[in-house]
Design a binder for this molecule. Sequence first.
Ligand SMILES: NC(=O)c1ccc[n+]([C@@H]2O[C@H](COP(=O)([O-])OP(=O)(O)OC[C@H]3O[C@@H](n4cnc5c(N)ncnc54)[C@H](O)[C@@H]3O)[C@@H](O)[C@H]2O)c1
Length: 370
Amino acid sequence: MDEVGIGIVGYGLMGRAHAHGYTVAPHVRALRVVPRLRAISGRDEAAVAAAAVRYGVAEWTNDWRELVARDDVDIVDVCTPPGTHAEVVEAAAAAGKAVVCEKPLAADYASARAAADAVAAAGVCGAIGFNYRRLPAVSLLRQLVREGVVGEVLLWRGSWLSDEFLDPDIPFDWRFERRLGASTLADLGAHLVDLALWTVGEVDEVAAQSATFTRERSGREVDVDEASSALLRFAGGARGTLEVARICARRPCDFVVEVNGTKGTLRFDYARLNELWLGEQGDDGRLYGLRRIRAEHPSHPYVSDGWPIGQGVGYGVSFVSQAADLLERWPAGPWEPDLDDGARVQAVCEAMERAAAEQRWVRVDEVTGR
Ligand SMILES: NC(=O)c1ccc[n+]([C@@H]2O[C@H](COP(=O)([O-])OP(=O)(O)OC[C@H]3O[C@@H](n4cnc5c(N)ncnc54)[C@H](O)[C@@H]3O)[C@@H](O)[C@H]2O)c1
């Protein structure tokens, strides 16, 4: 079987998750190619060397450009902070490498657009890491909406609550610097916006508000929103609300999406990630309410990447399914979600940032200029 060389840029949480994905993908899918973790890069030599051993990567370097230039690397997988993505993506595309990039594609729309355009111009495959699409329950939610099970979508609702910024003594790092870490609207919001666009369709216009309660950490200014909320108007007529916040005590990574349509409601709660809730307007009145679907049945998407029915899937499986999907389509593609999807999401996020800053409704095409 042909081998596909992978080079991972960044060895933090996502470097680990992506390495896990490529390692396990051949265990769960019959692939025609074998992924090989050839190199990983990071700025701290001792840490990246240790990560290479731990993640099972053959070699390491402290220079990502060296990784991109390697002949035995076919896919450059970008797992560094958002503000660094575009430069690496563009260099990889110019070197003729396929690119997998963590979300958000960049810290601003112009950089995201440039990265997506570079990949398109080079004619290489590109994918963005919206891994939650690949959870069985999330994928099933989208499938049911697209099949019309809830009728015409009237409302979409998404929220993401964590406590990661609540303690004012957490020292400054890249997540507190917008240029590097992007806004919370773009960093956490990107996942929600992707699910909204993927499930419901394009967003025309947004309004938003943002707040930062701890404005200084380690003596440095924090310019990232800690909590934001937005109103969305979809092109198809549906309305939406989005909330992202990193200062919610005792909320770990609680994300919920809900769709209300003319014929029913669908609700996904990440804390119960193997379940999907469905209420159908036409049901027998005695069944009034939402019913819990166990998204583990063989008829459900991605279930076969996990364990037998009843065991469920977890966060890690979403990266396994992501790697398996991409490798299954290697080398011709197309990959999805692609970097254009990443740029479309970024445009909505930037519109929300602008709406919050200027306290007005902002059209997404004001950001894209299209
Ligand atoms: N899809 C998901 O579920 C998910 C979850 C967490 C993070 N992310 C995204 O993945 C990317 C990486 O996040 P992470 O949690 O792995 O981060 P991390 O802090 O754990 O790791 C960051 C890596 O980037 C390197 N790096 C390169 N330039 C840097 C710089 N200027 N400052 C700091 N580190 C730098 C670090 O050395 C490290 O290897 C981000 O874009 C983030 O939004 C995605």
